[in-house]
Design a protein around this ligand. Structure first.
Ligand SMILES: *[C@@H]1O[C@H](CO)[C@@H](O)[C@H](O)[C@H]1NC(C)=O
Ligand SMILES: *[C@@H]1O[C@H](CO)[C@@H](O)[C@H](O)[C@H]1NC(C)=O
Length: 339
């Protein structure tokens, strides 16, 4: 459900304990579950199951962006290009659209519809006046969406059939549990708050608040090895901004989960819908072949300036995205896999 940090193998016993504790705290949706990929990749514990609900199949699926706080246009351009890349055939392989085709697209629902491969950014709203302040609670995200769809004079459309809403907040905005238990989350709106039930995701910019947690591997991992010294692999961000390139990773994670489990009753592993293990949760910290073991992110490409990436996007962009659970192969997989 939520994008969390990968942990090194030395913490295995602790991880297991944390997993058990998390299961015990299942009623708390946001329990801090630190997972490691080597526990699950190719392991029989993974039981990705379908729970009869819909997937996001609208073609196109309309994305509505809400820019919460004060945004730098250059940062917005990176995120817009990433979203435009999801369904653009123009980018060279391995591309963002290849990455989407090799995992989320392979999930279908009981109507026979697959997860969409076509997205359109159908509307944007700027909440530069911080309508709900600079310190948010999770539930405030629904009110922020509500405010955007009733805004005067330029409301965002309320699109219950093929809409998904993305609330993206600037580096100065704090969020309940952000940096501690999660880096982003997705859920669905309550009709009582927004008027209809639509899937949404929130992703924050961790650049100044906690890059070592939510923009890893573009900053030394805060928790690596359990000490305070930081560590792990540090990669140069492909668009030059750890906060924004970190947001791309989290946004990719949340979108993949939103698409395959929009109402939290479609695709997830584990027994409890209050703490579902979704297709991106299973592959935290894996960005290429060999990733996930010993804190290694995997084999990724390097640009001439040394920055790391694993997929190409529109406008000559490059991005780093985490691998996702491929239901056909039964393992984490990405566009840059060697086979
Ligand atoms: C749709 O999902 C099914 C079931 O996983 C898969 O076999 C098929 O390849 C998917 N279709 C596309 C176009 O990806
Ligand atoms: C990673 O790349 C190196 C160098 O090309 C290669 O020797 C190694 O086998 C690759 N690792 C995996 C797991 O594919």
């Amino acid at each position: 459900m939520e994008r969390l940090l990968p942990c090194p193998p030395t913490l295995l016993p602790l991880l297991l304990l944390v997993l058990l504790l998390a299961a015990a705290m299942a009623a708390v949706r946001s329990a801090p579950v630190y997972r490691a990929d080597y526990l699950v990749d190719g392991n029989q514990l993974v039981n990705m199951q379908y729970h009869m609900g819909p997937v996001v199949s609208g073609s196109p699926t309309n994305l509505y962006l809400i820019w919460y706080g004060r945004w730098d246009p250059a940062a917005q351009a990176v995120l817009r290009d990433f979203l435009a890349s999801l369904s653009s055939p123009a980018a060279p392989s391995p591309s963002v659209s290849d990455w989407w085709a090799r995992a989320p697209r392979l999930y279908a629902d009981q109507t026979g519809a697959n997860v969409t491969a076509a997205f359109a950014v159908a509307g944007e709203h700027s909440d530069s006046g911080y309508s709900h302040g600079t310190s948010l609670r999770r539930i405030d995200v629904q009110s922020i969406i509500r405010a955007a769809v009733v805004a005067y004079p330029d409301p965002l459309p309320l699109d219950p059939y093929s809409g998904a809403y993305l609330v993206l907040s600037s580096p100065d905005v704090q969020m309940e549990e952000f940096c501690r238990a999660m880096c982003g989350f997705h859920y669905f709106t309550f009709a009582s708050v927004v008027g209809v039930t639509v899937p949404y995701a929130w992703v924050g910019n961790s650049g100044t608040q906690c890059p070592g947690r939510c923009a890893y591997p573009f900053a030394p991992a805060t928790d690596y090895g359990g000490g305070s010294g930081g560590g792990g692999q540090v990669l140069r961000p492909p668009n030059g901004d750890p906060g924004v390139d970190g947001m791309v990773i989290v946004l990719g994670h949340e979108l993949a989960e939103l698409a395959t489990n929009p109402l939290v009753n479609a695709w997830y592993a584990g027994d409890t819908p209050t703490a579902p293990t979704e297709i991106a949760d299973l592959c935290l910290g894996v960005y290429g072949d060999g990733g996930g073991a010993g804190g290694f992110v995997g084999n990724v490409s390097r640009a001439a300036d040394g920055s790391a990436y694993n997929v190409n996007g529109v406008n000559g962009r490059r991005f780093l995205v985490q691998w996702l659970w491929n239901p056909v192969l039964g393992k984490c997989y990405g566009a840059n896999a060697s086979n």
